[in-house]
Write a protein that binds this ligand. Structure first.
Ligand code: SF4
Ligand code: SF4
Ligand code: FES
Length: 552
């Protein structure tokens, strides 16, 4: 293992480690524009130049591999002067429109200027070159060429990761500018990542820009619930300015590095699925079909009334529920129900691609299967039809549909309507009503995944935690919460009151989770028992968890 000294700190690094990453490991941030650990090294911005004892010139830390005995200075007079010169070069034609730029607060150019530049400009504003601004590239991406620092990270992402090679650097010298090939609109289903790799305000997200200054946002680590891949994300939210313009609380998802799942990227379908959280049609209170709202106690009274001595109960459960919600449904409803069917929600399987997006658009079918629910994709169609036929014939006292929109899949809508009307009481628990909710006698508001904590298991068997980002809307609750209340009324044992206890109970009962505790689940997920996964080398710079956590 090579040993190097950076700013007087001696560190041992893995062979092949880049100097920029080694410094980050040692807690020393070397400024960079063009370097991104998920892309090839371009070495074109020179912002990362450092002094290495021996060679006469400064060397780019991003393009230098650590050698044993290397002595590096990242913050001496020579290095600082070089950084200021590079910033001066980059800012010659920059419009200096930071006050109206939506990147402010997360712009490397602005941050580095304040730290390493802060000089008086030697250029007149009139001499600045005008370039195209506000160019809508398509797929929610806005380009401002005057702010571009020509780092080519976007070009490399498009060529190396999404693979479409839709972007290029055109013209030369001062006139260099980013554009799409043939000036065609972007088509990439991963285009949102372009904004994340751009270090400045040249590429901004049309969906997000000007909706909230980033310093008002709080980030919570979570997992995308858009499909069974379970990509690691950051949920950016702000409840302190809810009075402004709209009552939105969640403003965007960003990719969170996870080498076992999604590396540094997420798909656009997942990225923009945050909008469901503050959708206008959210169910905020228990309510009857005619819109009359009830309190939870009255809603549960109705369910209890339907549960006669020998009630005929059927349950259809979406595989987008957390393990904790599914386990509560199994524990409380299992002894009562004739059938509990797990099903992918909505139209079931959907579009996929050859990179991250999977055709199962629910995040926890693997979890459902590990909990013993019959939840094979599309395999339980006839069981569901059987449940609906029984209800339509009036042979069901309580039909509980937990999150599955039966009207948006392959099922006959007329049969669904007759079933919801034919059961003595049809109940739909969900975050938004959808077609099935509108047919139900009783609607129960469910907290969305960003409003509760719990666990999902992705398609590969990786157990991951989700965390509460914002409080549940109105009177919405996670399903385990009202199921526990129902258990008390049924004189059954409710689940433990805390997150750890609920997970511990699952770990006690199901071998896939055995030996695990909620607190021991790594921020990058922990494979279930019997699942082999490679260790997780953690990219410095974007690393969140400690090494110990990551390798757990
Ligand atoms: S648009 Fe952004 S990512 Fe692309 S070259 Fe310019 S600064 Fe770099
Ligand atoms: S691939 Fe699936 S889990 Fe990942 S961001 Fe897209 S929808 Fe979300
Ligand atoms: S970050 Fe090293 S040259 Fe750009």
């Amino acid at each position: 293992m090579p040993t190097i000294t950076i700013d007087g700190k001696e560190i041992e690094v893995a062979p092949g480690t880049r100097l920029i990453d080694a410094a980050e490991e040692a807690g020393i941030h070397i400024p960079r524009f063009c370097y991104h650990p998920g892309l090839s090294v371009a070495g074109n911005c020179r912002m990362c130049e450092v002094e290495i004892e021996g060679p006469p010139k400064l060397e780019p830390a991003c393009n230098t591999v650590c050698r044993d005995g290397m002595v590096v200075h990242t913050d001496n007079e020579r290095v600082r002067k070089t950084r200021a010169s590079i910033l001066e070069l980059l800012l010659i034609h920059h419009p200096i429109d930071c006050p109206v730029c939506d990147q402010a607060g997360e712009c490397k150019l602005q941050d580095y200027y304040m730290r390493h530049g802060a000089y008086k400009s030697r250029f007149d504003l009139e001499d600045k070159l005008a370039k195209p601004k506000m160019v809508d590239l398509g797929r929610e991406i806005m380009l401002d060429n005057e702010r571009c620092v020509n780092c080519t990270a976007c070009v490399r992402f498009s060529a190396e990761i999404s693979g479409e090679a839709e972007l290029g650097m055109f013209q030369r010298g001062d006139n260099s500018r980013i554009g799409t090939v043939g000036a065609r609109p972007l088509t990439s289903r991963y285009a949102g990542n372009l904004v994340e790799v751009c270090p400045v305000g040249a590429l901004t997200n049309i969906d997000f820009r000007f909706r909230r200054r980033v310093w008002f946002l709080t980030s919570t680590d979570s997992v995308c619930d858009g499909c069974a891949r379970g990509c690691s994300i950051r949920v950016d939210h702000d409840v302190s300015h809810a009075y402004k313009k709209s009552s939105d609380r969640v403003f965007r998802y960003r990719a969170r590095y996870n080498p076992r799942v999604n590396d540094y990227w997420i798909c656009d379908a997942g990225r923009y699925s945050y909008k469901r959280i503050d959708a206008r049609d959210r169910i905020a209170h228990p309510q009857l079909r005619d819109g009359t709202t009830l309190d939870w106690s009255a809603a549960l009274d109705r369910i209890m009334a339907a549960l006669g001595a020998a009630a005929r109960v059927d349950v259809i459960l979406s595989t987008d529920r957390t393990c904790e919600e599914m386990h509560a449904a199994l524990s409380v409803l299992g002894p009562l129900a004739r059938t509990i069917e797990g099903r992918v929600s909505g139209a079931g399987m959907g579009e996929s691609d050859d990179y991250l997006r999977l055709e199962d658009h629910t995040p926890n079918r693997r979890g459902a299967l590990e909990l013993g629910l019959p939840a094979e994709a599309n395999a339980n169609e006839s069981e569901i039809e059987g449940i609906l036929d029984r209800a339509a014939r009036g042979e069901t006292d309580l039909l509980l549909v937990l999150g599955v929109d039966l009207t948006s899949g392959d099922l006959d809508n007329e049969v669904v309507q007759r079933a919801m009307a034919g059961a003595t009481l049809s109940v739909y628990s969900g975050s938004r009503p959808g077609g099935t909710g509108r047919l139900a006698d009783l609607l129960l508001p469910r907290a969305m995944f960003a409003e509760q904590s719990g666990t999902f298991v992705n398609a590969d068997g990786l157990i991951q935690r989700i965390r509460t980002c914002v409080e549940p809307l109105g009177e919405a609750r996670p399903e385990w919460s009202w199921l526990d209340d129902l258990a008390l009324r049924l004189r059954a044992e409710p689940g433990p009151p805390d997150d750890s206890g609920r997970f511990a109970r699952i770990a006690d009962r199901f071998p896939f989770f055995s030996g695990l505790g909620l607190e021991t689940i790594s921020p990058l997920g922990t494979p279930g028992r019997g699942i082999e996964m490679p260790e997780t080398p953690v990219a410095p710079g974007l690393r969140q968890p400690s090494k110990e956590e990551a390798l757990r």
